[in-house]
Design a binder for this molecule. Sequence first.
Ligand code: C2E
Ligand code: CA
Ligand code: CA
Ligand code: CA
Length: 275
Amino acid sequence: AKDLGRRTYKVYQPGMGDEMRARRLLEEDLHDAIQAGQFELHFQPRLDLKTLRIASYEALIRWNHPVRGQVSPVDFIPAAENSGQIIPIGQWVIDAALSAAKASILDARISVNVSPVQFRDADFIDNVRKALERHQVEASRLEFEITENLLIEDDERALSILMSLKDLGFKIALDDFGVGYSSLGYLSRFPFDTIKIDRSFVQEAGQNSSSQAIIETVVRLGKALNMSIVAEGVEEMDKLLFLASSGCDEIQGFLIGRPKPLANLQRNLPPLVTE
Ligand code: C2E
Ligand code: CA
Ligand code: CA
Ligand code: CA
């Protein structure tokens, strides 16, 4: 799987539609991006509402292309999944996150996003295990964020991959909970440590009492299942107060801090004074 990126790499051919041509060009640029050192991880803090300390950081990939400028992961992750290049890119993310975990400034946990394509790659567990050995970091310092669309295709296989990750000592979070095919059955069937409530619920929680009720219900459910609940996309103080009173464990969002390069993170950040 190491040169999957290469094998599926297709060149531009005349007659392609504009959209397809743009996609090919993007894939060509992605192909060189790791070698050229164009990727970077930014880290966004998660605040523990009980201790008011930064409990962990989510690693978010950034692509700085010399001509395109900053390309959003929303725009290039789908192309990378489509071409198979997400596998080496995702492996780069895990390596970079493990070396950040080793850097003394972050004694907090780090979470990384895993694409379904990467997760289902036959070598995924093996690559993760090797990365762990290379970096000599405790597995519990790393949390994998997966989305539920990964669970619906092949339950058994997904479960066995998740169990292998748990056996190695990693934490697992269910990302973007509440959008897509949310099924409560997943929550008891799969070994999640954390549920991340999608930011759409958090952002509606001010005006919309049904979003508030959903959040309160998920928090209660998480408690019953012994999972931590993280709310994403917290931008305002009234949301923080609502989430704290609902019993939510951690919050993440621009109110607490924007994603930043490792070098810009400070130790013992006073909560809510992050800029
Ligand atoms: P996600 O995993 O749901 O990540 C959260 C996204 O919400 C991030 O966008 C983050 O910058 C943004 N965000 C955080 N707090 C707030 C807030 O208070 N308000 C608003 N409006 N947005 C907030 P980003 O970094 O652009 O990433 C977008 C998506 O790209 C991620 O969504 C994830 O699905 C994907 N992604 C990012 N990094 C990686 C990666 O390393 N690997 C994979 N496979 N996917 C990644
Ligand atoms: Ca995420
Ligand atoms: Ca999310
Ligand atoms: Ca998302």
